[in-house]
Design a protein around this ligand. Structure first.
Ligand code: 13P
Length: 295
């Protein structure tokens, strides 16, 4: 199976009553981890990279191009349905660059702009992307984040169902990321979802919904969230934590640098990290209901 449009991947998820995971990678080992987990679980999957935590200069100096090449290479070889997303770009230029270089979908983060300007730019970007056969996710509302280990709600706003309907109609986005109690980058506690609000947004918006902040989503709420319209769940922090723990154990063995770094042998810290990450991704694919849906 080659790359499929994000809209098709998410429509199949809605019809099948499951959610597809976007498991955010940051380099070759982590990207391979997601692809191998998807193959093992026979799960449709969204491969890709996220810009939010990454140096803007590096991204603009060829980093996006590098990711696009790597992403295409891996995505074109997996045998499950796959889309390739450039997530949370700092600028619209970065989102455009990503699509020009081979990503099949992008999510520009325009949350810092005034609402009317953001809407106008997203609408223009959607037209530009659709003309190139690419797909767009955008966020309405602002998630709380984490500062010094505590939830920071100072900039957070919940998504309003009526505004969501108007936003989708005006911009033509293919997938809407919503703020309904989910929290970005939260490690320890579980975020509490406002499922009534989510259901109202799902009814009003008319496009598949995305939940970011997958690491801290309460598992017991996911079936209701998926029924309400969620077709895509973004996970990041928990994957890096698993990778770090595996790599740390390998590094503690004090082997030769050639065995530990870049050897792609079991002694490689990256391989140890990848194996831990694969286990986390496979588990979540079961929870999201996408395992076994590829065929
Ligand atoms: P977490 O890091 O909280 O899992 O969220 C990741 C995310 O939403 C990426 O877009």
């Amino acid at each position: 199976m080659s790359l499929v449009p994000l809209a098709d991947l998410l429509a199949a998820a809605r019809a099948g009553g499951y959610a597809v995971g976007y498991f955010e990678a940051w380099g070759p080992y982590s990207l391979e981890a997601v692809a191998e987990a998807a193959e093992a679980e026979r799960a449709p999957v969204i491969l890709g990279f996220g810009c939010a935590m990454v140096d803007r200069n590096w991204l603009d100096a060829g980093g996006i191009d590098l990711w696009a090449g790597l992403g295409r290479h891996v995505a074109e070889r997996v045998t499950v349905p796959v889309s390739l997303l450039l997530n949370e770009t700092h600028t619209l230029d970065q989102a455009r660059r990503g699509i020009e270089q081979g990503f099949t979908a992008a999510m520009p983060d325009t949350g810092a702009l005034p609402a009317a300007r953001s809407r106008q730019l997203v609408e223009e970007f959607v037209r530009w992307a659709h003309a190139r056969g690419a797909w767009v996710e955008a966020e309405l509302g602002q998630l709380p984040g984490v500062e010094d280990g505590h939830i920071d709600r100072s900039h957070a706003t919940m998504t309003d169902p009526e505004e969501a309907a108007a936003y989708v109609a005006a911009t033509g986005v293919d997938c809407l990321a919503v703020s309904v109690g989910n929290v970005h980058l939260l490690e320890e506690t579980e975020a509490a979802l406002d499922l009534d609000r989510l259901a109202a947004i799902g009814q009003a918006a008319g496009v598949p919904l995305a939940l970011h902040g997958g690491t801290s989503l309460p598992r017991h709420a996911l079936p209701a969230a998926i029924s309400a319209g969620v077709a895509k769940i973004n996970v990041g922090t928990g994957l890096k934590r698993a990778f770090r723990d595996g790599a740390r154990e390998a590094l503690a063995l004090d082997l030769s640098p050639h065995d530990l770094l870049g050897s792609h042998k079991p002694s490689d810290a990256g391989v140890a990290g990848k194996e831990r990450m694969i286990a986390v991704v496979r588990d979540l694919m079961g929870v999201y209901g996408c395992a076994g849906r590829a065929d």
